[in-house]
Design a protein around this ligand. Structure first.
Ligand code: PLP
Length: 456
């Protein structure tokens, strides 16, 4: 498996004692499944996928301790014991004072956006995640991208391409005034950039800026442990600090966070929002009852909260996160892609690995799934997500209006509608077959599979 940076190998710190039998598909079956799904991986049946690289979201295998925790679910409507275990875990590892559980990350985004954004306020962020930005816009906010320019260049090798550009941020504040900024929306790592990290120095500088102008910093902590790993690896002064220590310090520069626990925290479902301010917590606690459930279960079963509490503690172990990122790097290197982000999306693969022919790509395991992922990049949900990116780069109009302009039959809510709605459209023949070359740099690119899609 190889050494990493002359230190430990990324050998997994666990052994397997349970397996899930897989259906062994053949090429014609996979081709047929892809055609039936309109070449949209979100519409595939999982039984038709042998190696599933769609996302890390909710797909982790849980540990024996997490499964044991599922057996001690306290399903009382109010005051479940498991909630207190979860609260304790988040306070211990992330350091926030007040915690509200939610069914998953977007539930938490809804609550924090409604609580902290006044209509017409700006929400600067280091790029955006789709549901995050949509919730901010639905609360009346206006998203502004303030990530460093390097993030938009996939071949740039800077170590912290997730950083906020403080000049862009300050210009926004000067132009509109501090009162017009709801908060800074800081994602660590940055999903849309393929998992690029934010440095501790950047978080520290942001905190100082926020204190000076009375503006809060909220963290999308979905992959903050990955982020801590990159700080340990790349930032001076952190090599000898544990992941847990780095995570605590990073979070201490923020006023609160929301979390999709389906990633770093190793559960199949769950999320939370946490803050340090009591009044904000009171608002969140009132709102969660409307959208998710009582504040001590937030749309989750007690057993789910227990698994999340245990997963949180297990996820901050250095060996665990080294193995997690090591596995991604191993795969990336096998397809000729150098290191960069944590879950990566090498959109420039042909430029970096010109010798990787379509034939070679076809022999790689899961190539069908990845090729389909590329078509999703080009034509996701009838092309909407590709256009979202273009909106971000070019005209920066709100995601919701962008979707409406380009795809009149896709309202903002339909953008994230369930698979059944979209599946019906396939039957109706309304899903456009992806066109080779659309959104691609050249003909080669169109034939090379995308690796590790990371939009969910
Ligand atoms: C960075 C990031 N934030 C938020 C979310 C939303 O979380 P969830 O899918 O749990 O609703 C995701 C999910 O994919 C994500 O990757």
């Amino acid at each position: 498996m190889g050494q990493q940076f002359g230190r430990r190998s990324w050998a997994e710190p666990w052994k397997i004692k349970m397996v899930e039998p897989l259906h062994m598909t053949d090429r014609p079956t996979r081709d047929r499944a892809m055609k039936d799904a309109g070449y949209n991986t979100f519409l595939l049946r999982s039984a038709d996928v042998y190696i599933d690289l769609l996302t890390d979201s909710g797909t982790s295998a849980m540990s024996d301790r997490q499964w044991a925790g599922m057996m001690v679910g306290d399903e009382a409507y109010a005051g479940s014991e498991n909630f207190y275990h979860l609260e304790h875990a988040i306070q211990t590892y992330y350091g926030y004072k007040y915690i509200v559980p939610t069914h998953q990350g977007r539930g938490a985004e809804n609550l924090i956006s409604r609580t902290e954004i006044k209509p017409g306020q700006y929400v600067p962020g280091n790029m955006y995640f789709t549901t995050t930005r949509l919730h901010q816009e639905m609360a009346g906010g206006i998203f502004v991208d303030v990530i460093v320019d390097e993030a938009h260049n996939p071949i740039d090798r800077s170590p912290f391409k997730g950083n906020v550009d403080l000049d862009k941020l300050e210009n926004l504040r000067k132009e509109h005034g501090s009162d017009k900024i709801a908060y800074v929306s800081l994602a660590a790592t940055v999903n849309m950039a393929g998992g690029q990290p934010v440095s501790m120095a950047n978080a520290k500088a942001l905190r100082a800026w926020g204190d000076k102008h009375g503006i809060k910093i909220y963290l999308d902590a979905t992959r903050a442990i990955e982020n801590a790993y990159f700080i340990q690896e790349r930032e001076e002064g952190y090599a000898d600090k544990s992941i847990a220590e780095i995570l605590r310090e990073f979070c201490a520069y923020t006023d609160g966070a929301w979390m999709s626990a389906k990633k770093d925290s190793l559960v199949n479902i769950g999320g939370w929002v946490a803050v340090n301010n009591w009044e904000t917590f009171e608002e969140l606690r009132n709102l969660v009852v409307v959208f998710e459930g009582l504040h001590t279960y937030g749309g989750l079963a007690g057993r789910d909260m227990e698994a999340m509490a245990i997963g949180t503690a297990e996820s901050v172990k250095d060996d665990h996160i080294r193995a997690r990122i090591g596995q991604v790097r191993y795969l990336a290197r096998r397809v000729g892609h150098p290191d960069d982000g944590a879950h990566r999306r090498p959109r420039d693969l042909p430029r970096r690995a010109p010798l990787l022919s379509a034939a070679q790509a076809g022999r790689l395991p899961g190539a069908d799934a990845r090729r389909a992922a590329l078509s999703r990049q080009r034509d996701p949900f009838n092309g909407t997500r590709h256009r979202e990116r273009r909106a971000q780069r070019e005209d920066r109009r709100p995601l919701s209006s962008q979707a409406r302009t380009h795809a009149p039959h896709h309202s903002a809510s339909r953008l994230h509608a369930g698979a059944h709605g979209r599946r019906r459209r396939v039957g109706e023949g309304r899903l456009r077959t992806p066109r080779v070359g659309e959104g691609a740099q050249d003909g080669v690119r169109a034939q090379v599979p995308a690796v590790l899609p990371s939009e969910v």
